[in-house]
Write a protein that binds this ligand. Sequence first.
Ligand code: SF4
Ligand code: FES
Length: 346
Amino acid sequence: MFGSVAKEILPEQLGVKREDLVVVSIMPCTAKKVEANRPEFANGKEKDVDYVLTTQELAAMIKQAGIKFENLTPESLDLPMGFKTGAGVIFGNSGGVSEAVLRYAYEKVNGVKLSSVEFSEVRSDDSIREAEISLNGTKVKMAIVSGLKNTKTLLNKIKSGESQFDIIEVMACPGGCIGGAGQPYIMEENTKKERTKGLYDSDKTLQLHKSQDNPYIQELYKNLLIEPNSHKAHKLLHTTYKNRKRILETELSVIDGSDSQKLEIKVCVGTNCYVKKSQKLIGQLIGYVEQKGLSNAVDVSATFCMEKCGEGPNVMIGDEHIGQCTFDKVVDVLNKKLKQVAVPAE
Ligand code: SF4
Ligand code: FES
């Protein structure tokens, strides 16, 4: 959305040609690198977002350049697109999008100003949570879920008719973007909690907390989008989805060993691991297994997200997880495990 709107309004405001405007997105997410290349996110040949850097990559670049934040004079972000309200900030937490929607819907439906903007009903550490909010006498049932395994559990409940919701918020990463695969590696147990708290605290320190109060959003609607769901709003802010899984089932067998004590190897090809070259790793692994005559001794399968995206590419050999996996690491662990199960290796 930022990219498509920036390319629509900034050329005129900045006096640059549209084709000369370059949008670089700093993201918590490696999946955005793939997303930026989707044909739906382009105006003809021009991409909405030209480059995506993860927060991890940006931090590394800042360190490499020797920039010390304590020596910098604070500056505000460039306008108009640098202006933000708390509703935007909390998007990074699981439950944040729902809360931002409620801050808008409450005023729209009830026709009164919201005095307290915090909706504790949608805030919690639980990965699947349900909330019921009353909007002008109508009960709205909401579900908030983070992590793809939990999403599947929730979807199954909905499909079976066990649950029904009016609004469902899904965040692929556990806890939301604060736990995204592009974020700095999490070493401490409470890091995610602190990041979540950091976003809610940041919301408190801002002057405005609702998207509809952002003067630049108001101006954007007045001058360009006209109203929610207008043709222009659809063109710039909406997209469509289709199944893009590299594998259709949760697992795809690549080598199916026949030994009774065969070793299971699972390689994640979910988007984040794929971006970190897990597909190449599978190719190298297959080559190694064939070259060493181990085809009967192992089962190799490609799996969907293991929910450890930040550590990718991820591989499981038996019960051992290998994060930030390289071909050398796989071979090391594989040979160690094969010795343990005493499978004769050619
Ligand atoms: S929840 Fe994860 S996958 Fe989804 S946008 Fe945030 S970082 Fe990316
Ligand atoms: S994509 Fe999530 S663990 Fe591989």
